[in-house]
Structure formats: C-alpha cells, structure tokens
Design a protein around this ligand. Structure first.
Ligand SMILES: NC(=O)c1ccc[n+]([C@@H]2O[C@H](COP(=O)([O-])OP(=O)(O)OC[C@H]3O[C@@H](n4cnc5c(N)ncnc54)[C@H](OP(=O)(O)O)[C@@H]3O)[C@@H](O)[C@H]2O)c1
Length: 244
C-alpha cells in the first residue's frame, strides 16, 4: 500500500492581485497549495485566480488592509478552510519624499498598509494557527528593512517596524508551534510606486522575488527558515546588514 497523500494546507497571500503577490500565488499553485487571494482590486484578483485555476482551488477576498472594519471578513472567509499552512503579508506601498515635505497622509498610508495591515492580518489569523499548533507567517521586507535610505522615511519606518513585529510574533508564537519569517527583497520590476513591469532595470523580476518566498513556505514545517535576502546582483547590500 502506498503512502497516503497528505492534502496541503492553504496559503493566504495579501496583495495577490498583481506584482510579487501574484507571482507567489502562481509559484505556490504549481506546488499544489490551495490559495486564499486577498487584495484591494477584484479585477486583479480574478486575473490571478484565473492563472491558478488549472492547478489548485483558490478563493478571492477583496479587502483593503488599511480598513479595520473590513478585517473580520477574513475570519469568515477562512472559517471552512480545513488547514492554513501559511500567511504571506505581502501587500505594500511606497512613496519617496524628503522628510521635510513628507505629508501626514503619505506617512499614514505607508504605515497603515505596510505595518498596521500585517498587524491586523496577524491578529485575525493567529488564533487559527495556534489552534492548529502549526503555521508560518512570511512577512515581505525590503532593503529598506535593513538600511536607511534618503527620501524613504515612512517606507523605512514601516519596513523596519515589520521586522519588529515579526520578531515579537516569533517569541509569542513559538510556544504554540507558530513561526515567522522575513523575506527581504531588493528592487523588483512590478507596479510598485506606479512603475510598470519592464520599466525597471537591474531589478529582480516578480518571479525571481516569488521563488524564495515559495521555497520558505514549501520547506515548512520540515525546516523553519527565519530570514532570507534576495537582490539583483548590482543591488547587493554588501556589508550593510550589520543591523540585525
Ligand atoms: N517592487 C519592489 O521594488 C519591492 C522591493 C522590495 C520589497 N517590495 C515589497 O513587496 C511587496 C509587494 O510589492 P509589489 O512590488 O508587488 O507591488 P505592486 O506591484 O504594486 O503590488 C502590490 C499589491 O498589493 C496590493 N495592495 C496595495 N495596497 C493594499 C491594501 N491597502 N489592501 C490590500 N491590498 C493592497 C495591490 O492591490 P491592487 O491589486 O489593488 O493594486 C497589489 O495587488 C510590498 O510589500 C513591497 O513593499 C517591493
């Protein structure tokens, strides 16, 4: 008698409508993970879902991670998901501006999306992962999680903050079998900051960026990879990672 086939648990991906999130979805679909695709724009999510449809079942959740009143929909959406393998906090935004002229609105938007959003997603899903006594958070960081850069005050603060949130989550989660990873990505050729794929030279492709994320998820729970940094060769942050 052969080994029983173990059904893979689902993976929730925020910002799955396009860019890196969509590529993570596609990579995980090829690996056979059922998906919960969360993002702001339904049309983008439906395109991602269509691309994964031949490979795995998926559901779409239109939700803005900056709006607290929308967060409880997530719990409803996950209620009949038999097992949640991982949660990827990928939705993120950036706007570069000198500190002196950075508006409060731009500051709030970046902190709300990149830091408070993951906090709410984690707060809502942590009871599920604890109950399972297994589950992985993968939080998407940046070179701006590791080094300060001019004109990135809000983005730097949000991405450094996400590291702090992740480290705390590890300390609270470990007794319950819950783990958390940071994946630090360098410049990636997506829609980020109103770019268009194809417009950024010396950058990772969305697919390049998705590869290590899927690797960390697929390795779990056999091994726990807590941190991984991925950069295009010219973007390599040699010698600047002394912070962590
Ligand atoms: N691109 C880079 O150079 C780079 C480098 C390092 C790290 N990162 C990080 O990688 C992550 C993904 O970025 P990306 O390059 O893939 O950007 P992207 O191409 O602009 O895609 C971002 C995705 O996040 C979604 N999103 C934005 N705000 C949201 C909100 N409030 N609620 C729910 N979903 C929201 C977008 O939704 P819509 O479908 O509505 O647009 C979109 O699907 C971010 O955390 C970013 O900080 C990017």
């Amino acid at each position: 008698m052969g080994d029983a086939v173990v059904e893979k648990g689902a993976v929730l991906i925020t910002g799955a409508g396009r860019g890196i999130g969509r590529e993570i979805a596609l990579r995980l679909a090829h690996l056979g993970y059922p998906l919960v695709l969360l993002s702001k724009t339904e049309a983008h999510l439906r395109e991602t879902q269509a691309l994964c449809a031949a490979l795995v079942p998926s559901r779409v959740l239109v939700l803005d991670v900056t709006r607290e009143e929308e967060i409880p929909i997530l719990r409803e959406c996950l209620a009949d998901v038999p097992r949640l393998h991982a949660v990827v906090n990928n939705a993120g935004v950036g706007e570069w501006e000198d500190l002196e002229t950075l508006s409060t609105a731009a500051w709030d938007w970046q902190i709300a999306t990149n830091l408070r959003g993951p906090f709410w997603i984690i707060r809502e899903t942590l009871p599920i992962l604890k109950r399972q006594r297994c589950g992985l958070y993968v939080n998407i960081g940046s070179d701006c999680s590791l080094v300060g850069m001019p004109r990135r005050a809000a983005y730097n603060a949000s991405k450094f903050g996400l590291v702090g949130l992740t480290v705390c989550l590890r300390t609270e989660g470990s007794a319950h079998g819950v783990h958390a990873a940071m994946v630090y990505l360098g410049k990636t050729d997506t829609y980020f900051r109103n770019h268009r794929p194809g417009s950024r030279s010396n950058a990772l492709t969305g697919r390049d960026a998705a590869e290590p994320v899927a690797f960390v998820i697929d390795a779990y729970p056999r091994i726990v990879i807590e941190e991984i940094s991925v950069f295009a060769p010219g973007e390599h942050l040699a010698g600047t990672r002394s912070l962590l």
